[in-house]
Design a protein around this ligand. Structure first.
Ligand code: PLP
Length: 554
């Protein structure tokens, strides 16, 4: 396979912007087919240039072939161990003095999968990098991972390891250096766990600047009050996925192995549930695509169910599950409900009003609203869940960086005003798309012809937020390209959502291109489904750009 062509992308959101523009539909496909590689991108997928600098440094120092940065050495170690749980490895050894708690935590939750072992029997050995050559010899035949928390200085025999975890001595930062082709699996896992390194933190470390002081409690209080709870019930993470992953881990119990997902869901949340069962022998994932299928839900929820996960509205099909009914079914069996409220936002909906157990948000989206921050939040009013969430957060050392928190706090000031405009604009654009003869179907719960219109009216009190999806009437490659390639100002052709700038992307291509067509069909996803996140621009200008793009669509 030839290596991908480098593509210098235009960042959206400034230097620490979290998205980029793909000018043509073909470029989205080339990206998925790994024919082009942007120099930056959505931070969980493509590392920011500042993060790449640190990765390159670690790679050079340890003569590795690739490197991946994490939010902390602990979250890096967690991901590495979790990765080996996936490979049906029966024996992992961890050296004395290394953060064993992580391993114990994983063993507690899946003891039948992987047992701690002695040096002689270890298939995987995580060893202090200061070990002597003789000590290392004892692990011959094992996959040897060197763990180093200190200055970035290779030890003479570092080349004898199969991988190295380097942790910064003073800052929370971990880099995994690899010597073989395992890069993809770790990168994929990091994407799902969301333990990515903040570009602002990377920049600070490179410039040897200290962390700014920040009153996290105040920010927590502000977010918590939007969701009708107290600041103490709020945890801040480096990404939305970190909040989701941590919440799922917190609810999951080995004696209640079932997790149920209701409705369409963001691709990486879906991936956690899809990938885990094969990694943890006992975990069972159930997908109920139709949010109205309450009978099926009643059948599925049992005493083995640890949690139900749903988004309101769901991404990308904008279904609105009947949370009240779901909660009552779940709570009868003592199962927990996790609601990803990223899209509705607390401006329109408060899941705690319906007794949800955990609310999560990707603060990267509407709460921040300017494409220049990545973060996540979990909130719970349940003291037991709160204490478990805190324990897992401390274990993985995965916290929102203070500089990202500063940006979020600043941008949160405009949140309500932004949402008021976005709600109104979205109705106008949805109406326009709904009446456009070139459009085959619009997914927006504020439209009377949406199957969840009545439920949406009940739950989404101020509006249905800014996200909608649609397919062309003649949905094919040529029409999709004609439409997409001709879009212009003010619409930005890039992934992500929830910003004050309108963002449009070919969602299925970006999130499910490599899925088999039957799977896409089951999920109800047309290959050329477009998703648009409406911003605060004048609606007539958004419509003018869409009109121009539709002009030559047949
Ligand atoms: N939840 C929803 C609904 C999303 O759309 C996304 C990302 O697009 C996430 C969670 C993940 O958030 P983040 O990208 O901040 O990790």
């Amino acid at each position: 396979m030839t290596s991908p062509e480098r593509f210098i992308a235009k960042p959206v959101g400034g230097y620490h912007g979290i998205t980029i523009e793909f000018p043509t539909l073909q470029m989205n496909i080339d990206y998925e087919e790994k024919k082009i590689k942007p120099n930056r991108g959505y931070p969980r997928f493509v590392q920011h240039p500042q993060v790449q600098i640190l990765e390159e440094k670690a790679k050079e120092e340890y003569f590795g072939s690739s490197a991946i940065a994490f939010a902390s050495a602990e979250s890096c170690l967690y991901t590495v161990i979790d990765c080996f749980f996936s490979k049906d490895v029966k024996g992992i050894y961890i050296d004395d003095g290394l953060p064993k708690k992580i391993y114990s935590f994983l063993v507690e939750s899946a003891s039948e999968v992987t047992q701690p072992t002695t040096k002689e029997k270890a298939q995987i050995a995580i060893i202090n990098i200061n070990s002597s050559k003789d000590q290392l010899k004892k692990f011959e035949g094992s996959y040897r991972i060197g763990f180093s928390k200190g200055s970035l200085e290779a030890k003479d025999h570092s080349s004898e390891y199969d991988a190295i975890i380097w942790g910064h001595p003073n800052e929370s930062l971990g880099v995994l250096v690899l010597y073989n082709q395992d890069y993809e699996i770790y990168d994929l896992l990091r994407r799902h766990t969301g333990f990515n390194l903040s570009s602002r933190k990377a920049q600070r470390i490179i410039r040897r600047k200290s962390s700014p002081t920040f009153e996290f409690d105040l920010l927590k209080k502000k977010i918590a009050s939007l969701e009708k709870t107290d600041g103490e019930n709020c945890l801040l993470y480096p990404s939305g996925m970190a909040a989701i992953f941590s919440s799922i881990i917190t609810c999951w119990k080995p004696n209640r192995p079932k997790l149920i997902m209701i409705g369409s869901a963001y691709v990486d949340t879906l991936c956690i549930l899809e990938k885990w069962p094969s990694r943890r022998g006992t975990l069972q994932a159930v997908f109920i695509d139709d949010t109205d299928d309450i009978e099926r839900l009643k059948d599925e929820v049992d005493l083995e169910t640890s949690a139900i996960i749903t988004e309101i509205p769901t991404n990308p099909l904008l279904q609105v599950p009947n949370l009240g009914k779901i909660v009552s079914i779940a709570h009868k069996k003592d199962a927990k409900i996790i609601v990803d409220n990223t899209i509705a936002t607390p401006y329109n909906f408060n899941p705690f009003d319906y007794e949800a157990d955990i609310i999560v948000h990707s603060t990267t989206k509407f709460l921040n609203g300017l494409n220049n921050h990545m973060g996540g939040v979990s909130l719970t009013r349940d003291p037991e869940l709160l204490s478990k969430l805190k324990k897992f957060q401390a274990l993985t050392n995965s916290f929102m960086d203070p500089e990202d928190a500063i940006v979020l706090e600043r941008n949160l000031k405009g949140f309500k005003k932004r949402m008021e405009i976005i709600n109104k604009n979205a109705v106008k654009i949805a109406d326009y798309l709904n009446q456009n003869p070139k459009v085959g179907k619009v997914y927006y719960p504020g439209l009377k012809n949406h199957p969840d219109y009545i439920v949406a009216k009940k739950y989404l009190l101020k509006g249905c937020s800014g996200l909608m999806s649609f397919v062309l009437k003649n949905s094919n490659r040529d029409n999709a390209s004609t439409f997409y390639d001709n879009l212009g100002h003010p619409i930005i052709k890039g992934p992500s959502l929830g910003a004050e700038q309108t963002l449009l992307c070919p969602y299925t291509i970006l999130a499910h291109y490599n899925d088999p067509p039957e799977k896409r069909k089951k999920m109800g996803l047309d290959l050329y489904l477009f998703r648009i996140s409406i911003g605060i621009e004048r609606p007539n200008n958004i419509i003018a750009s869409l009109d121009k793009a539709f002009k030559n669509v047949i």
